[in-house]
Design a protein. Structure first.
Length: 317
């Protein structure tokens, strides 16, 4: 794995810590943030100015997700609710009383956004119908056949094709669930994660079109753990940062991903990972329809004083 470049992310977005930042759909000029100040905000990243503030949550807003095809976005809060927002409206268009404890992750399903996945400190992962707000499925760790005692969910991430959901919990495990089948079933386990206190971010990474994808997991000690999706075993580990890795996202086209942490230098680092694992028949397939393009050796990120571009949402074609 190669560290390509790092850049500062120290530009302030709101009065309190920002927990999640996403590109506002396919418009690269706008970003959405959610924060400890209980708000969700829409920003113009060209000027750094706030475009609109959305108020309605009663506690920290920890996660948000942008609908892949419409202007809707959703947010999950420590007030145990999911709210759906339309940027043209100052108030939420729907509220879902989703869990019994703080929500730590929400994401629209790739493709059509017809389902919202949510995870919570109550140890449950739930799938919701976007149109009606009704619960479709409740997933808990014991269904995977491992003793978990409903360990708190620290984060979740859909695979690019929407067939799988990667769920991280505060019990050293990540579980890969097949969610496009009935019933939902556990497909892989990834063991040995060091994330028992912080909600470290994890995700998928597809190095090349013909190579097997990997799971990249941020750790509390600043490491990135790379797991082989064929076997569920640890393939590589690198000391990426000095403090907990709280953010990780893929480049929408190139074979790169970005990580950020609680480091005082406020640096985000861009990585290239080339694996030597070949996919086998029957292995999980997470790839979007469009092939990934090989990245150049390096590239220049504009100075933060001139431009700030939040990591974009996964392009699923």
């Amino acid at each position: 794995m190669k560290w390509v470049v790092s850049f500062s992310t120290s530009r302030p977005f709101g009065p309190l810590p920002v927990n999640t930042m996403l590109r506002a759909g396919k418009d690269e000029h706008f970003a959405i943030t959610c924060s400890d100040d209980k708000t969700v905000r829409l920003w113009d990243v060209r000027t750094g100015k706030q475009h609109r503030k959305f108020v309605g949550h009663q506690d920290y807003v920890f996660a948000c997700s942008v609908h892949p095809t419409s202007t809707l976005f959703c947010s999950g809060s420590f007030d145990e609710t999911i709210k759906l927002w339309d940027p043209r409206c100052p108030e939420a268009v729907r509220e879902i009383k989703a869990h019994a404890e703080p929500i730590t992750g929400v994401q629209f399903s790739p493709g059509d956004g017809s389902v919202i996945a949510s995870g919570s400190y109550d140890g449950l992962t739930r799938l919701w119908d976007t149109a009606s707000g009704s619960c479709l499925v409740t997933i808990y760790a014991e269904q995977a056949g491992l003793p978990a005692k409903q360990a708190p969910v620290s984060g979740l991430r859909y695979s690019p094709n929407g067939s799988y959901l990667l769920v991280s919990t505060h019990d050293t495990f990540m579980r890969l669930w097949r969610v496009d089948t009935q019933p939902v079933r556990a497909s892989r386990f990834f063991e040995g994660c060091r994330s028992l206190r912080y909600n470290c971010n994890n995700g998928f990474h597809a190095p090349k079109n013909r190579e097997a994808p990997v799971v990249v997991a941020g750790q509390e000690d600043g490491c990135l753990m790379i797991f082989d999706m064929n076997t569920g075993k640890l393939a590589h580990e690198v000391q990426a940062h000095r403090s907990p890795v709280l953010g990780m996202d893929n480049h929408p086209r190139n074979s790169m991903f970005v990580s950020c942490s609680m480091d005082k230098d406020n640096l985000a680092r861009v990585w290239r990972y080339e694996s030597h694992f070949s996919g086998r028949e029957g292995d999980p397939d997470i790839r979007p329809a469009a092939p990934l393009v090989q990245a150049p050796d390096d590239f220049v990120v504009p100075p933060v004083r001139q431009s700030y571009a939040a990591p974009g949402a996964m392009d699923v074609g």
